[in-house]
Design a protein around this ligand. Sequence first.
Ligand SMILES: [Zn+2]
Ligand SMILES: [Zn+2]
Length: 410
Amino acid sequence: MDWAFIHRRCESAVDFLAEAKKIETEVIRTRRTLHQHPELSYHEEWTSQFVADRLEALGVQVKRGVGGNGVVGILKGSVEGRVVALRADMDALPVAEAADVDFKSKVDGVMHACGHDTHMAMLLGAAEILARAKGGLHGKVKFLFQPAEEHGGRGGALPMIEDGAMLDPKVDYVFGLHIDGDRRVGEFGVREGPVMAAPDSFRIRIIGRGGHGSAPHKTVDPVYIAANVILGLQGISSRMMDPVRPFVITVGSVHSGTKENVIPDYAELQGTIRTLDEATRKAAKRKVAKVVEGICRSYGGSAEVEFEKDAYPVTVNDPEATEQAVKLLRKLRGARVRRMEPILGGEDFSRFLQKAPGMFYFLGAANPAKGCVYPNHSSRFKVDEDALKYGVASLALLAFEFCKNGTGRT
Ligand SMILES: [Zn+2]
Ligand SMILES: [Zn+2]
Protein backbone atom coordinates (compact mmCIF):
# COMPACT_ATOMS: atom_id res chain seq x y z
CA MET A 1 0.00 0.00 0.00
CA ASP A 2 1.46 3.34 -1.01
CA TRP A 3 0.49 5.45 2.01
CA ALA A 4 2.36 8.51 0.76
CA PHE A 5 0.29 8.42 -2.42
CA ILE A 6 -2.95 8.04 -0.51
CA HIS A 7 -2.09 10.92 1.84
CA ARG A 8 -1.20 13.18 -1.05
CA ARG A 9 -4.56 12.43 -2.58
CA CYS A 10 -6.35 13.01 0.72
CA GLU A 11 -4.66 16.36 1.13
CA SER A 12 -5.53 17.63 -2.28
CA ALA A 13 -9.06 16.27 -1.83
CA VAL A 14 -9.80 18.72 0.99
CA ASP A 15 -10.63 22.26 -0.09
CA PHE A 16 -10.97 23.79 3.36
CA LEU A 17 -12.59 27.01 2.19
CA ALA A 18 -15.21 25.08 0.22
CA GLU A 19 -15.86 22.93 3.30
CA ALA A 20 -16.18 26.05 5.46
CA LYS A 21 -18.66 27.57 3.01
CA LYS A 22 -20.83 24.42 3.24
CA ILE A 23 -21.25 24.90 7.00
CA GLU A 24 -21.26 28.71 7.01
CA THR A 25 -24.95 29.07 7.93
CA GLU A 26 -24.56 26.63 10.81
CA VAL A 27 -21.41 28.42 12.09
CA ILE A 28 -23.26 31.74 12.05
CA ARG A 29 -26.21 30.19 13.88
CA THR A 30 -23.86 28.76 16.54
CA ARG A 31 -22.18 32.14 16.91
CA ARG A 32 -25.50 33.91 17.43
CA THR A 33 -26.59 31.39 20.07
CA LEU A 34 -23.33 31.94 21.94
CA HIS A 35 -23.67 35.70 21.49
CA GLN A 36 -27.06 35.64 23.23
CA HIS A 37 -25.66 33.76 26.23
CA PRO A 38 -22.48 35.59 27.28
CA GLU A 39 -20.76 34.65 30.55
CA LEU A 40 -18.07 36.55 32.44
CA SER A 41 -14.57 35.25 33.22
CA TYR A 42 -14.60 32.20 35.55
CA HIS A 43 -18.38 31.83 35.08
CA GLU A 44 -18.44 30.09 31.68
CA GLU A 45 -20.43 27.06 32.90
CA TRP A 46 -23.21 27.12 30.29
CA THR A 47 -20.74 27.97 27.52
CA SER A 48 -18.29 25.19 28.34
CA GLN A 49 -21.09 22.64 28.47
CA PHE A 50 -22.37 23.90 25.12
CA VAL A 51 -18.98 23.50 23.37
CA ALA A 52 -18.21 20.17 25.08
CA ASP A 53 -21.58 18.72 23.96
CA ARG A 54 -21.00 19.95 20.41
CA LEU A 55 -17.53 18.38 20.28
CA GLU A 56 -18.86 15.07 21.59
CA ALA A 57 -21.57 15.08 18.95
CA LEU A 58 -18.77 15.28 16.35
CA GLY A 59 -17.11 12.18 17.77
CA VAL A 60 -14.31 14.14 19.42
CA GLN A 61 -12.98 12.79 22.72
CA VAL A 62 -13.74 15.42 25.37
CA LYS A 63 -12.30 16.33 28.77
CA ARG A 64 -14.41 18.77 30.77
CA GLY A 65 -13.43 20.91 33.74
CA VAL A 66 -9.80 21.35 32.67
CA GLY A 67 -8.35 24.12 34.87
CA GLY A 68 -11.83 25.34 35.83
CA ASN A 69 -14.33 25.73 33.00
CA GLY A 70 -11.80 24.70 30.32
CA VAL A 71 -12.64 22.03 27.74
CA VAL A 72 -10.12 19.94 25.81
CA GLY A 73 -11.18 17.93 22.76
CA ILE A 74 -8.93 15.41 21.05
CA LEU A 75 -9.46 14.25 17.49
CA LYS A 76 -7.28 11.32 16.43
CA GLY A 77 -6.16 11.03 12.84
CA SER A 78 -5.85 7.78 10.93
CA VAL A 79 -2.05 7.76 10.78
CA GLU A 80 0.90 8.92 12.84
CA GLY A 81 1.72 12.59 12.87
CA ARG A 82 2.14 15.60 15.07
CA VAL A 83 -0.11 17.07 17.70
CA VAL A 84 -1.57 20.48 16.85
CA ALA A 85 -3.66 22.50 19.30
CA LEU A 86 -6.22 25.13 18.28
CA ARG A 87 -7.51 27.49 20.93
CA ALA A 88 -10.67 29.55 21.37
CA ASP A 89 -11.42 31.67 24.44
CA MET A 90 -14.93 31.64 25.91
CA ASP A 91 -15.52 34.58 28.22
CA ALA A 92 -17.48 37.81 27.67
CA LEU A 93 -17.17 41.32 29.10
CA PRO A 94 -19.15 43.44 31.59
CA VAL A 95 -20.49 45.66 28.80
CA ALA A 96 -24.17 46.47 28.14
CA GLU A 97 -24.76 45.71 24.47
CA ALA A 98 -25.69 48.68 22.30
CA ALA A 99 -25.00 47.00 18.94
CA ASP A 100 -27.68 47.06 16.35
CA VAL A 101 -28.29 43.28 15.91
CA ASP A 102 -31.40 41.15 16.31
CA PHE A 103 -29.59 38.48 18.35
CA LYS A 104 -28.59 40.78 21.22
CA SER A 105 -27.19 39.50 24.50
CA LYS A 106 -29.92 38.13 26.77
CA VAL A 107 -27.84 38.89 29.85
CA ASP A 108 -28.08 42.43 31.20
CA GLY A 109 -24.73 44.20 31.32
CA VAL A 110 -22.80 41.31 29.77
CA MET A 111 -21.74 41.10 26.13
CA HIS A 112 -19.40 39.17 23.86
CA ALA A 113 -17.79 42.51 23.04
CA CYS A 114 -14.38 40.97 22.28
CA GLY A 115 -15.85 38.46 19.82
CA HIS A 116 -14.96 35.30 21.76
CA ASP A 117 -18.36 33.97 20.60
CA THR A 118 -16.98 34.02 17.03
CA HIS A 119 -13.79 32.23 18.16
CA MET A 120 -15.80 29.36 19.63
CA ALA A 121 -18.12 29.12 16.61
CA MET A 122 -15.15 29.11 14.20
CA LEU A 123 -13.30 26.46 16.20
CA LEU A 124 -16.39 24.24 16.37
CA GLY A 125 -16.71 24.67 12.61
CA ALA A 126 -13.05 23.69 12.13
CA ALA A 127 -13.62 20.67 14.40
CA GLU A 128 -16.52 19.57 12.21
CA ILE A 129 -14.46 19.81 9.02
CA LEU A 130 -11.49 18.01 10.57
CA ALA A 131 -13.72 15.27 11.99
CA ARG A 132 -15.01 14.68 8.45
CA ALA A 133 -11.47 14.71 7.02
CA LYS A 134 -10.27 12.26 9.69
CA GLY A 135 -9.43 9.62 7.08
CA GLY A 136 -6.62 11.80 5.73
CA LEU A 137 -5.62 13.36 9.05
CA HIS A 138 -2.19 12.64 10.46
CA GLY A 139 -1.51 12.82 14.21
CA LYS A 140 -3.97 14.48 16.55
CA VAL A 141 -5.76 17.79 16.82
CA LYS A 142 -6.48 19.23 20.24
CA PHE A 143 -9.27 21.76 20.67
CA LEU A 144 -8.64 24.06 23.61
CA PHE A 145 -11.68 26.02 24.80
CA GLN A 146 -10.29 28.42 27.36
CA PRO A 147 -12.06 30.40 30.08
CA ALA A 148 -11.15 33.77 31.65
CA GLU A 149 -8.94 35.33 28.98
CA GLU A 150 -10.27 38.79 29.81
CA HIS A 151 -9.54 38.44 33.50
CA GLY A 152 -5.81 39.11 33.47
CA GLY A 153 -3.43 37.77 36.12
CA ARG A 154 -3.80 33.98 36.31
CA GLY A 155 -6.34 34.17 33.48
CA GLY A 156 -7.53 30.89 31.99
CA ALA A 157 -4.64 29.50 29.98
CA LEU A 158 -2.34 28.99 32.96
CA PRO A 159 -4.84 26.89 34.99
CA MET A 160 -5.49 24.76 31.86
CA ILE A 161 -1.75 24.24 31.30
CA GLU A 162 -1.25 23.35 34.97
CA ASP A 163 -4.07 20.84 34.57
CA GLY A 164 -2.21 19.14 31.70
CA ALA A 165 -3.91 20.68 28.63
CA MET A 166 -0.63 20.82 26.66
CA LEU A 167 0.43 17.27 27.62
CA ASP A 168 -0.76 13.71 26.98
CA PRO A 169 -0.40 13.94 24.08
CA LYS A 170 2.20 16.68 24.17
CA VAL A 171 1.35 19.55 21.82
CA ASP A 172 3.88 20.21 19.02
CA TYR A 173 2.25 23.37 17.60
CA VAL A 174 -0.43 25.71 18.84
CA PHE A 175 -2.56 28.26 16.96
CA GLY A 176 -5.01 30.89 18.14
CA LEU A 177 -7.18 33.28 16.16
CA HIS A 178 -8.67 36.63 17.23
CA ILE A 179 -11.43 38.48 15.44
CA ASP A 180 -10.48 42.11 14.80
CA GLY A 181 -12.95 45.01 14.57
CA ASP A 182 -10.20 47.33 13.26
CA ARG A 183 -9.35 45.22 10.18
CA ARG A 184 -11.29 44.83 6.94
CA VAL A 185 -13.45 41.74 6.61
CA GLY A 186 -11.57 38.71 5.27
CA GLU A 187 -8.09 40.07 5.95
CA PHE A 188 -5.66 38.07 8.10
CA GLY A 189 -3.14 40.01 10.22
CA VAL A 190 0.06 38.07 10.87
CA ARG A 191 3.43 38.75 12.39
CA GLU A 192 6.44 36.71 13.48
CA GLY A 193 8.03 37.37 16.89
CA PRO A 194 6.33 39.59 19.49
CA VAL A 195 2.75 40.32 18.43
CA MET A 196 1.08 41.37 21.70
CA ALA A 197 2.42 43.00 24.84
CA ALA A 198 2.98 41.99 28.43
CA PRO A 199 0.33 43.99 30.32
CA ASP A 200 1.69 44.72 33.81
CA SER A 201 -0.76 46.45 36.15
CA PHE A 202 0.55 48.41 39.10
CA ARG A 203 -0.76 50.06 42.24
CA ILE A 204 1.09 52.92 43.93
CA ARG A 205 0.21 53.96 47.45
CA ILE A 206 1.64 57.37 48.34
CA ILE A 207 1.91 57.91 52.05
CA GLY A 208 1.91 61.53 53.27
CA ARG A 209 0.72 63.25 56.43
CA GLY A 210 -2.64 65.00 56.37
CA GLY A 211 -3.73 68.29 57.85
CA HIS A 212 -5.52 71.59 57.15
CA GLY A 213 -5.75 72.82 53.57
CA SER A 214 -4.71 76.31 54.73
CA ALA A 215 -1.40 75.10 56.21
CA PRO A 216 0.27 72.76 53.72
CA HIS A 217 3.71 73.44 55.24
CA LYS A 218 2.61 71.47 58.28
CA THR A 219 1.68 68.43 56.19
CA VAL A 220 3.13 66.07 53.59
CA ASP A 221 0.57 66.47 50.83
CA PRO A 222 0.04 63.14 49.00
CA VAL A 223 -2.16 64.81 46.34
CA TYR A 224 0.65 67.13 45.28
CA ILE A 225 3.12 64.23 45.36
CA ALA A 226 0.75 62.11 43.26
CA ALA A 227 0.60 64.87 40.62
CA ASN A 228 4.41 64.89 40.45
CA VAL A 229 4.52 61.08 40.30
CA ILE A 230 2.13 61.01 37.32
CA LEU A 231 4.32 63.47 35.42
CA GLY A 232 7.53 61.73 36.52
CA LEU A 233 6.29 58.35 35.26
CA GLN A 234 5.90 59.73 31.72
CA GLY A 235 9.57 60.79 31.92
CA ILE A 236 10.48 57.10 32.13
CA SER A 237 9.20 56.43 28.62
CA SER A 238 10.54 59.67 27.12
CA ARG A 239 13.94 59.91 28.89
CA MET A 240 14.89 56.59 30.42
CA MET A 241 13.92 53.77 28.04
CA ASP A 242 15.35 52.82 24.66
CA PRO A 243 13.05 54.65 22.21
CA VAL A 244 13.17 51.88 19.60
CA ARG A 245 11.70 49.37 22.06
CA PRO A 246 7.98 49.97 22.65
CA PHE A 247 7.05 51.00 26.16
CA VAL A 248 3.79 52.60 27.25
CA ILE A 249 2.82 53.69 30.75
CA THR A 250 -0.69 54.84 31.65
CA VAL A 251 -2.10 55.94 35.00
CA GLY A 252 -5.78 55.14 34.69
CA SER A 253 -6.99 55.66 38.24
CA VAL A 254 -6.28 58.36 40.85
CA HIS A 255 -7.89 58.35 44.28
CA SER A 256 -7.33 60.59 47.27
CA GLY A 257 -9.08 62.88 49.69
CA THR A 258 -12.61 63.59 50.89
CA LYS A 259 -13.01 67.38 51.09
CA GLU A 260 -11.56 70.52 49.54
CA ASN A 261 -9.97 71.87 52.71
CA VAL A 262 -8.53 68.63 54.09
CA ILE A 263 -5.10 67.43 53.02
CA PRO A 264 -5.42 63.64 53.14
CA ASP A 265 -2.94 61.07 54.46
CA TYR A 266 -2.79 58.90 51.34
CA ALA A 267 -3.16 58.87 47.59
CA GLU A 268 -3.51 55.81 45.40
CA LEU A 269 -2.70 55.49 41.73
CA GLN A 270 -3.35 52.52 39.47
CA GLY A 271 -1.98 52.03 36.02
CA THR A 272 -0.48 49.71 33.47
CA ILE A 273 2.76 49.33 31.56
CA ARG A 274 3.05 47.57 28.20
CA THR A 275 6.24 46.11 26.77
CA LEU A 276 7.18 43.72 23.97
CA ASP A 277 10.27 42.04 25.39
CA GLU A 278 11.29 40.66 28.75
CA ALA A 279 14.41 42.85 29.17
CA THR A 280 12.44 46.08 28.63
CA ARG A 281 9.69 44.75 30.88
CA LYS A 282 12.08 44.09 33.77
CA ALA A 283 13.90 47.42 33.32
CA ALA A 284 10.61 49.33 33.15
CA LYS A 285 9.31 47.80 36.38
CA ARG A 286 12.56 48.64 38.17
CA LYS A 287 12.50 52.23 36.93
CA VAL A 288 8.85 52.78 37.90
CA ALA A 289 9.64 51.75 41.47
CA LYS A 290 12.77 53.90 41.57
CA VAL A 291 11.17 57.07 40.15
CA VAL A 292 8.12 56.79 42.43
CA GLU A 293 10.23 56.25 45.55
CA GLY A 294 12.59 59.10 44.61
CA ILE A 295 9.81 61.63 44.01
CA CYS A 296 7.93 60.66 47.16
CA ARG A 297 11.05 60.85 49.31
CA SER A 298 12.03 64.26 47.91
CA TYR A 299 8.74 65.72 49.22
CA GLY A 300 8.95 63.98 52.57
CA GLY A 301 6.54 61.14 51.82
CA SER A 302 7.00 57.48 51.06
CA ALA A 303 5.49 54.97 48.65
CA GLU A 304 4.53 51.35 48.21
CA VAL A 305 4.72 50.13 44.60
CA GLU A 306 3.12 46.82 43.72
CA PHE A 307 2.98 45.06 40.35
CA GLU A 308 0.31 42.45 39.75
CA LYS A 309 1.64 38.94 40.16
CA ASP A 310 1.25 36.46 37.29
CA ALA A 311 0.69 39.13 34.61
CA TYR A 312 0.44 37.75 31.06
CA PRO A 313 3.78 37.42 29.25
CA VAL A 314 4.56 38.85 25.79
CA THR A 315 2.81 36.89 23.02
CA VAL A 316 5.64 35.68 20.79
CA ASN A 317 4.96 33.95 17.47
CA ASP A 318 7.48 31.36 16.35
CA PRO A 319 9.16 32.69 13.17
CA GLU A 320 9.33 29.31 11.35
CA ALA A 321 5.78 28.31 12.24
CA THR A 322 4.54 31.76 11.20
CA GLU A 323 6.36 31.63 7.87
CA GLN A 324 4.84 28.25 7.10
CA ALA A 325 1.39 29.31 8.33
CA VAL A 326 1.46 32.41 6.10
CA LYS A 327 2.20 30.23 3.05
CA LEU A 328 -0.83 28.11 3.92
CA LEU A 329 -3.15 31.07 4.61
CA ARG A 330 -2.31 32.52 1.21
CA LYS A 331 -3.94 29.45 -0.34
CA LEU A 332 -7.37 30.54 0.91
CA ARG A 333 -8.87 32.26 -2.11
CA GLY A 334 -10.74 35.45 -1.32
CA ALA A 335 -8.86 36.12 1.90
CA ARG A 336 -5.93 38.55 2.14
CA VAL A 337 -2.86 38.09 4.33
CA ARG A 338 -1.12 41.22 5.66
CA ARG A 339 1.89 41.59 7.91
CA MET A 340 0.85 43.62 10.94
CA GLU A 341 2.48 45.81 13.56
CA PRO A 342 2.37 44.56 17.16
CA ILE A 343 -0.61 45.45 19.36
CA LEU A 344 0.07 46.58 22.93
CA GLY A 345 -2.94 44.73 24.34
CA GLY A 346 -2.28 41.56 26.34
CA GLU A 347 -3.33 37.94 25.64
CA ASP A 348 -2.87 34.83 27.70
CA PHE A 349 -2.53 32.79 24.53
CA SER A 350 1.08 33.85 25.24
CA ARG A 351 1.18 31.11 27.87
CA PHE A 352 0.36 28.39 25.33
CA LEU A 353 3.10 29.78 23.09
CA GLN A 354 5.57 29.36 25.96
CA LYS A 355 4.82 25.62 25.85
CA ALA A 356 4.84 25.03 22.08
CA PRO A 357 5.76 27.02 18.97
CA GLY A 358 2.92 28.43 16.96
CA MET A 359 1.13 31.59 15.93
CA PHE A 360 -1.53 33.97 17.23
CA TYR A 361 -3.17 35.73 14.29
CA PHE A 362 -6.04 38.09 13.54
CA LEU A 363 -9.03 38.02 11.22
CA GLY A 364 -10.71 41.27 10.14
CA ALA A 365 -14.48 41.63 10.55
CA ALA A 366 -14.95 45.35 9.88
CA ASN A 367 -17.27 46.47 7.12
CA PRO A 368 -18.56 50.08 7.03
CA ALA A 369 -21.30 49.08 4.53
CA LYS A 370 -22.86 46.88 7.24
CA GLY A 371 -22.21 49.22 10.16
CA CYS A 372 -19.38 47.03 11.47
CA VAL A 373 -17.05 49.89 12.38
CA TYR A 374 -16.62 49.67 16.15
CA PRO A 375 -13.54 48.18 17.79
CA ASN A 376 -13.41 45.14 20.08
CA HIS A 377 -14.64 45.93 23.62
CA SER A 378 -17.02 48.64 22.33
CA SER A 379 -20.67 48.28 23.37
CA ARG A 380 -21.44 48.68 19.64
CA PHE A 381 -18.93 46.04 18.49
CA LYS A 382 -20.48 44.25 15.53
CA VAL A 383 -18.89 41.55 13.39
CA ASP A 384 -19.36 41.08 9.65
CA GLU A 385 -20.14 37.36 9.79
CA ASP A 386 -18.87 36.93 6.21
CA ALA A 387 -15.43 36.71 7.86
CA LEU A 388 -16.21 33.54 9.79
CA LYS A 389 -15.78 31.09 6.93
CA TYR A 390 -12.19 32.27 6.44
CA GLY A 391 -11.49 31.75 10.13
CA VAL A 392 -13.01 28.25 10.06
CA ALA A 393 -11.04 27.30 6.94
CA SER A 394 -7.78 28.73 8.29
CA LEU A 395 -7.94 26.83 11.58
CA ALA A 396 -8.78 23.53 9.88
CA LEU A 397 -6.08 24.05 7.25
CA LEU A 398 -3.35 24.94 9.75
CA ALA A 399 -4.18 21.96 11.96
CA PHE A 400 -4.35 19.52 9.07
CA GLU A 401 -1.10 20.65 7.45
CA PHE A 402 0.97 21.11 10.62
CA CYS A 403 -0.14 17.67 11.84
CA LYS A 404 1.31 16.29 8.64
CA ASN A 405 4.35 18.40 7.85
CA GLY A 406 5.14 20.62 10.85
CA THR A 407 7.03 23.67 9.66
CA GLY A 408 8.20 21.72 6.64
CA ARG A 409 11.72 21.52 8.11
CA THR A 410 11.14 19.53 11.26
ZN1 LIG B 1 -10.74 41.44 24.84
ZN1 LIG C 1 -10.29 38.84 23.15
